[in-house]
Every structure is written in structure tokens, then in C-alpha cells.
Design a protein around this ligand. Structure first.
Ligand SMILES: NC(=O)C1=CN([C@@H]2O[C@H](COP(=O)(O)OP(=O)(O)OC[C@H]3O[C@@H](n4cnc5c(N)ncnc54)[C@H](O)[C@@H]3O)[C@@H](O)[C@H]2O)C=CC1
Ligand SMILES: O=C([O-])CC(=O)C(=O)O
Length: 268
């Protein structure tokens, strides 16, 4: 059974924990959770789970896999350590990898410990196809992300748009992924994942909209190249605890964890 350590126990972390029962066929248990305030965790995912704010305690648990769901800064803080301690590292705050130095350090740590840095598809679709297509020539990869107004509270977008009265879709970003991933650290990590799958941070085109006409978080990917063309649009149900994030993210992490020990792996 895989010993999983979780960094962050917010909307995604808590949703992820609901999959660690017999019913979901995940041959893994949450051994430890690294949080900022352990006293705030009233219901642990299982009674043996160690909940700590001390990295030494967390990283001494003999973890097989560390799953990050705590934001860009936590990838910076703990990513290399997780790999160096001999665990695979699954991250969702992929925008952190726009820091080239950090990304290089993570790759070096993964090579040194013979473990993997794993980037699940999370909230986006089509990464399998675009990553396969990147083995030959890609001409263009584009992402259009849209989220309803309630997903933008607590971000700089509040200063650009009146989120209470907006009636039409409003474009808050039009550019390339390196900038979008940094500008929206909690909301457009998908642009970073897409970049890594395909043409890189500086050639992946991104538009981001506040869209009062939708209820779900939508990400539309289009790409063309030697392989042909692909166009795929997801409409993610937002997490109740955090409308910026989506339920599919934890399901995608579950898939990544299953792949680590499954005899059959589908759709990579
Ligand atoms: N790749 C993707 O498609 C997606 C990626 N994300 C990423 O996942 C992150 C988490 O999302 P949610 O769970 O919805 O956010 P959330 O805000 O509900 O939870 C984040 C939790 O992490 C904790 N945290 C922050 N820094 C920490 C640290 N250094 N050590 C331990 N705990 C720490 C916070 O206290 C909070 O409880 C987002 O910030 C975003 O970067 C989110 C959605 C999709
Ligand atoms: O959950 C989503 O729809 C996407 C998201 O927050 C991100 O990419 O950071």
C-alpha cells in the first residue's frame, strides 16, 4: 500500500481524502498531512494520519508519494525535499514551474532519487494528445479559460471588473502562459500544465475571461501540428469550498496515484 503525504488540506486536499476508502480501489493511504495550522483540522482523513506543521516530522514518515495541493509557494518550499527524501512528487500548483531554476532543481532531484515529478491533467483535458504530438512539430497551442464572477473574489481581477454587476464576458488576460500562470496563481495553473505538455511557457497562447454567463469553470484547448488538430473544451463543476478550483482535480490526482501501481494504465 502506497504511503501518501499531502501538502495542504484545503478544498482539493479534503476532496482528495474522500477517495481513500475501499470503495474507490485506491491502494494507498494518507500517512501524513503537512498544514500550516494543525489545530484547525478537526476531522482527519483516518485516525492514524499524522497532521503536522513541521516539515521534519512530515518528511520522516517514509512516504512513497507526496501530493501538493497548497499553492505555488509550497512547491518552492517543499518540492525538492519531497523528491530528495525518495518520494514521487505530484503537483497541481504547476504555475510554480515557470520559475526555470526551480523546475531544473526538481528535475535534478527526481533524477538523483530515481523518482518522478508527476503533473496530472487536473482541471484541463487533452494533455495526453498534445504531449504525444510534441514528439513531432506543433504549430500552435491555445487556451481560453473562463470562470464565473464568484471565482475571482480575492484576486486582482476585483480591481478591473465589478464582479457584482458584470453582465458580459470580460477578457482579463490575453498573452502567453508564462505570464498567465504567474498572474493567476490560484486559477490558471492549467496554462502551465498545457505549456509543459506542448510548446512551452513562451509560445502557449492564453486568454482568460470573467464570464457571468456560465456556472462552471471552462477551459478550451486548441492545437495544431503534424498530428492534425485537436479542440477540446471542459466545463468543470467548481468545488463547493473553493469556486476557483474544480472537483475533477482530485479525481485526476487519484488517477495519477492509481497509475503508480496499476497493471494497466489508460490514457497517458
Ligand atoms: N493544476 C490545476 O488544474 C489546478 C491547480 N490548483 C492549485 O491547487 C492549489 C490548491 O487549491 P485549493 O485546495 O482549491 O485551495 P485552498 O485555498 O482551498 O487550499 C489550499 C490550502 O493549502 C494551505 N497551505 C498554503 N500554503 C501552505 C504551506 N506552505 N504548507 C501547508 N499548507 C499550506 C492553505 O492553508 C489551504 O488550506 C491552488 O492554489 C492552485 O495552485 C487548483 C485548481 C486546479
Ligand atoms: O480548477 C480549475 O478550473 C483550474 C484552476 O483553478 C487552475 O488551473 O489553477
Amino acid at each position: 500500500m502506497l504511503k501518501v503525504g499531502l501538502i495542504g488540506y484545503g478544498a482539493i486536499g479534503k476532496d482528495l481524502a474522500t477517495y481513500f476508502d475501499r470503495e474507490h480501489g485506491l491502494n494507498a493511504k494518507i500517512t501524513g498531512i503537512l498544514v500550516r495550522s494543525p489545530e484547525k483540522i478537526s476531522i482527519p482523513p483516518n485516525e492514524r494520519c499524522v497532521i503536522t506543521n513541521e516539515e521534519d516530522t512530515f518528511f520522516s514518515l517514509g512516504l512513497d508519494v507526496v501530493v501538493e495541493a497548497a499553492g505555488h509557494q509550497s512547491v518552492q518550499q517543499y518540492g525538492v525535499m519531497a523528491l530528495a527524501k525518495g518520494a514521487h512528487l505530484v503537483i497541481v500548483s504547476v504555475g510554480a514551474l515557470t520559475d526555470d531554476e526551480l523546475f531544473s532543481s526538481l528535475k535534478e532531484a527526481a533524477v538523483a532519487s530515481k523518482k518522478q515529478l508527476i503533473i496530472p491533467s487536473a482541471a484541463i483535458a487533452g494533455l495526453d494528445r498534445i504531449n504525444a504530438a510534441s514528439n513531432h512539430t506543433l504549430e500552435e497551442v491555445k487556451l481560453v479559460s473562463r470562470k464565473p464572477p464568484r471565482a475571482w473574489y480575492g484576486t486582482f481581477v476585483e480591481e478591473k471588473v465589478d464582479l457584482k454587476t458584470i453582465k458580459e464576458p470580460f477578457c482579463v488576460f490575453d498573452g502567453y502562459a508564462r505570464e498567465s500562470a504567474k498572474l493567476f496563481p490560484e486559477s490558471v495553473n492549467v496554462s502551465a500544465a498545457l505549456s509543459l505538455a506542448g510548446m512551452g511557457f513562451d509560445q502557449t497562447k492564453v486568454q482568460v475571461f470573467v464570464d457571468p454567463t456560465i456556472e462552471k469553470n471552462s477551459h478550451e484547448v486548441t492545437a495544431k501540428g503534424h498530428f492534425g488538430e485537436v479542440s477540446v473544451k471542459v466545463q468543470n463543476t467548481p468545488l463547493l469550498d473553493n469556486p476557483k478550483s474544480s472537483y475533477i482535480v482530485s479525481m485526476s490526482i487519484v488517477k495519477a496515484l492509481k497509475n503508480l501501481s496499476a497493471p494497466v494504465v489508460i490514457g497517458v
